[in-house]
Ligand binder design. Structure first.
Ligand SMILES: Cc1ncc(COP(=O)(O)O)c(C=O)c1O
Length: 382
């Protein structure tokens, strides 16, 4: 239809003019570290595969065994016939690692957040969201149809002030924050947030997509702060190397979510091999403490070499500002053999375009040193 194509083309023109148009590039990931793209082999500082488990033999074997036993797909929603036996195993393991009574696995992290928040908060409720929270926490917040307020990034005083002013007008309230921020790599002050939450009878929910398997001895951001976080959401797609989302909480909350989360009830269960691979990943995370420590140690080696603040997670941003120099810097690093993506709005706020580096357990130290030397020499001008 002409009007439809015209609409798409004019939107695309606007994106191109603002240097915000993105292309999805074919990427062949050989081994969880190296990537072939546009005929070039690049060392990736772009994947969230922090423990390089996407290609681990134990995960591949577990996935193949599960296919042989249960097939390649779940066949239906978990509430119908899609709840193959691997689910209970994985949920038990996640709950144990996070120190909660129960867990529920979803189709993805995005689906988890979009489904969970509206189960807990309705149109008379209050949702407080960190300004830098991940897009899918915002999606969950908006789907509640309640009042949504933004607090300044990691600002406990601002959060407290908003609760003082607004909490009493609402029946229920929830705080939504990343545990480890996906584009900045910093950690939320969960000990302070949990104290504020309990003072205002408000529920604290963390998105720990980038925490599980890499911080808090692998148990995630709540374990770093020893904070009580009654709703701990995360994904199976980053350090665990597979796919899927989850929430860890009390027995009653999980039962309610299983009954009411639309993205769980009305969506097909995860394929058995994906769940089996996550169980194998949990085995490694729980048994190999040295592996779990390595991504943050590698990130910290880089931040020390480049005189940046000490990395708190495997994610290190190099802030540049405008889109054009950010794209240029990313290309310059690609010419040196490194894949370091340029992150632009709307993934980050306007004026904060950046290079985002992610470190994994297997990054060779000499390559980190080479990258740091280039960053020191070339990018310090920005
Ligand atoms: C903080 C955060 N939450 C949630 C997600 C979504 O998880 P998934 O990829 O499993 O949908 C991501 C990234 O993809 C993320 O970075």
């Amino acid at each position: 239809m002409k009007s439809l194509d015209d609409f798409a083309k004019s939107k695309l023109d606007q994106l191109r003019q603002r240097r915000l148009h993105r292309a999805i590039k074919e990427s062949v990931r050989e081994d969880g570290l190296w990537i072939e793209r546009d005929g070039k082999r690049l060392l990736s500082f772009a994947c969230n595969d922090y423990l390089n488990l996407t290609h681990h033999p134990a995960l591949k074997e577990a996935a193949i065994d599960a296919i042989r036993r249960y097939g390649v797909g779940a066949g239906a929603s978990r509430l119908v016939t899609g709840n193959h036996p691997l689910y209970a195993q994985l949920e038990g393991r996640l709950a144990r690692l996070k120190g909660t009574d129960a867990a529920c696995v979803f189709g993805s992290g995005y689906l988890a957040n979009a489904g969970i928040v509206p189960v807990l908060i309705g149109q008379d409720g209050l949702v407080l969201v960190d300004e830098l929270a991940h897009s899918c926490l915002w999606a969950g917040a908006q789907l509640t149809r309640g009042k949504v307020l933004t607090f300044r990034h990691n600002d406990a005083a601002h959060l407290s002030e908003l609760l003082h002013r607004h909490r009493k007008q609402h029946n229920r309230a929830i705080i939504l924050t990343d545990g480890v921020f996906s584009m900045d790599g910093d950690l939320a002050p969960l000990d302070e947030f949990s104290e504020i939450a309990s003072r205002h009878d408000t529920w604290l929910m963390t998105d720990d997509a980038h925490g599980l398997g890499v911080v808090g001895d692998g148990r995630g951001s709540a374990a770093v702060h020893v904070a009580h976080v009654p709703l701990q959401m995360g994904t199976l797609s980053k350090a665990l190397g597979g796919y899927g989302g989850y929430i860890c909480a009390s027995e009653a909350v999980i039962d309610l979510i299983r009954n009411r989360a639309r993205t769980l009830v009305y969506s097909t269960g995860l394929p058995p091999p994906v769940v089996a691979a996550s169980i194998a990943a949990m085995d490694l995370i729980e048994s190999d403490a040295a592996l779990v420590c390595r991504p943050v140690a590698k990130a910290r080696a880089f931040t020390r070499l480049t005189n940046l603040p000490d990395a708190q997670s495997p994610i290190v941003p190099l802030l540049i500002g405008d889109e054009t120099p950010t794209l240029r810097a990313s290309q310059m690093l690609a010419d040196e053999g490194f894949l370091v993506p340029a992150i632009r709005p709307p993934s980050v706020p306007e004026g904060t375009s950046r290079l985002r580096l992610t470190f994994t357990a297997a990054h060779p130290d000499n390559e980190i040193e080479r990258l740091a030397a280039i960053v020191r020499a070339q990018l310090s001008a920005h």
